[in-house]
Design a protein around this ligand. Structure first.
Ligand code: SF4
Length: 316
């Protein structure tokens, strides 16, 4: 009896399950049951797949990796080259004479700096222009210690194509103040000597061994004369005189490099750098102190005129 009731309960349970199964298929549009063999095969495949499936794992966060194509090809191109800012160079007229001097030191051999368009121009204008360049360099020169005490540099006066160049020692006080050589009492006497030779004051060329005044009118030191010598060499290279008249012992020393006294040297022809005839004579300042020496100086100057083939004025 007990077994019969249990069997009925089990059948009722199965019937209820079949009913629910059929109702679900009816709702989802499925009609009928698959054949028994297909159900059986489907049952085993499902079991195999379920058993073979790996346990589910929580998905790890995927690190963000930039896709190689995510960047624009234009973004990896070389950045455009940026031109450097333009630097304005001042025109030559704005360059201070001192800057020009340091950029272009004087030649040590009397040759003018290359690049000067007037370097070979021996016309009067060309010589003048070349001397102006020398003057500009001298004005900024600090090649020796004499620059520290100067008021003005003193380069020259006279004609750029003179046949005679008179060369003295260096500027005195009046020359330092005026910027011109031989403007004091000694200069006035030199002018008289030049006129007595038959020249106008500005027909000749006049300059000094050093272009800056030595303190207390002392004699220039040998290193100061040496430092300044390139300027004098350039002056002589531009003017190209036929004769140099060296005024006093310091001028002779600076030009010839000799320590021999002027009393022994005066009146005897020498050669400057083996090319230009040079006549040593007394300095006009010495004649102011020793007027009797004017006779010797006039004798020396007559010798210069004779060398040049000029008429010698009658003078006692
Ligand atoms: S004396 Fe001559 S070398 Fe000396 S600072 Fe003057 S210009 Fe320059």
């Amino acid at each position: 009896m007990m077994e019969t009731e249990a069997l009925r309960a089990e059948i009722a349970e199965l019937t209820s399950a079949v009913r629910a199964f059929l109702e679900w298929h009816a709702i989802s549009g499925t009609t009928g049951l698959p054949p028994a063999e297909e159900l059986k095969a489907l049952h085993f495949e499902t079991q195999e797949l379920t058993q073979a499936a790996p346990p589910r794992q929580e998905s790890a966060a995927i690190p963000e990796v930039a896709h190689p194509l995510s960047a624009s090809p234009y973004e990896v191109e070389e950045p455009p080259q940026v031109a450097p800012p333009a630097v304005r160079l001042p025109p030559p007229a704005e360059v201070e004479p001192e800057a020009r001097s340091s950029a272009s030191p004087p030649s040590l051999h009397g040759v003018e700096p290359s690049g000067s368009g007037a370097a070979t121009d021996d016309s009067l204008e060309g010589r003048h222009s070349r001397l102006v360049l020398v003057d500009q360099e001298v004005r900024g020169c600090q090649r020796c210690g004499l620059h520290a005490g100067r008021t003005h540099t003193v380069l020259h006066r006279g004609s750029p194509n003179a046949e005679i160049v008179f060369i003295g020692e260096g500027p005195g006080q009046e020359e330092d103040l005026s910027g011109e050589p031989f403007v004091g009492a000694a200069g006035q006497l030199l002018d008289k000597m030049i006129v007595a030779m038959g020249y106008g004051r500005d027909d000749v060329y006049i300059c000094n061994i050093v272009k800056c005044r030595p303190p207390k009118n002392r004699k220039p030191e040998p290193q100061e004369m040496e430092a300044c010598s390139p300027y004098l060499a350039r002056q002589l290279d531009i003017v190209k005189p036929r004769v140099i008249v060296a005024l006093g012992a310091t001028a002779v020393q600076g030009l010839l490099g000799t320590a021999e006294g002027i009393t022994r040297l005066r009146g005897t022809w020498k050669l400057y750098k083996g090319t230009i005839p040079l006549m040593p004579t007394f300095h006009p300042a010495y004649l102011l102190r020793q007027p009797s020496a004017k006779r010797e100086v006039w004798s020396d100057l007559k010798g210069v005129l004779q060398f040049l083939g000029r008429a010698v004025p009658a003078r006692s």
